[in-house]
Design a protein around this ligand. Sequence first.
Ligand code: ADE
Length: 225
Amino acid sequence: MKFSILTLFPEIIETYASASIMGRARQKGVIEVQAVNIRDFSTDAHRKVDDSPFGGGSGMVLTCQPLESAYESLLPLKQPARVFMTTPTGRRFDHHFALELTQAQEIVIFCGHYEGFDERIKQLIPEMEEVSIGDYVLTGGELPALSMMDAITRLIPGAVQKFTSVQADSFYDGLLDYPHYTRPAEYKGLKVPDVLLSGNHAAIEQWRKAQALERTQRLRPDLLK
Ligand code: ADE
């Protein structure tokens, strides 16, 4: 899987994608990450990438030319490909969306900034989809791009050491994750549930399922609908 992230801050992408599980997945060749600086493609003498909005109003809008030229530099994309722009008005990114995207060979993400993109970019790049990571507004698209990349990567077999732990995590089976405990078995009088120390794997499995269901009912009843 290849991720091509178009951004004004490639160093943010590069730093995150070099550490921890993402960094290891890259080293193992499970994912490829390319951070492309949109500014490098500006034909403006001052490498300008934005301008004030027609009709007035605050903030700046990313202009079409550098976005389109940066995209053209990536072509041809590995197929099947998906192309996204980050915006709070987009389709909500969630676990099911992440699973769907594991089927792509290349994912391109345009990181928004300021007031966003010139609307015409959607006509210039008709395969463009709009994606949001939640009902709040961020100052830029780098966190949405990294959130998507991280969530998709861990669903690709080989990225995380034990895929069974991915499958046991929240949302994979439609439920929230069960509670976890580690040593010591008692800390400041707080005990680990007896069943987890019993060595009875069937009983442990049953307890975990019941906990996951109880938690989901209590905290996220919408997931059970
Ligand atoms: N850009 C600003 N806020 C955003 C959000 N919630 N999701 C995606 N892109 C964004």
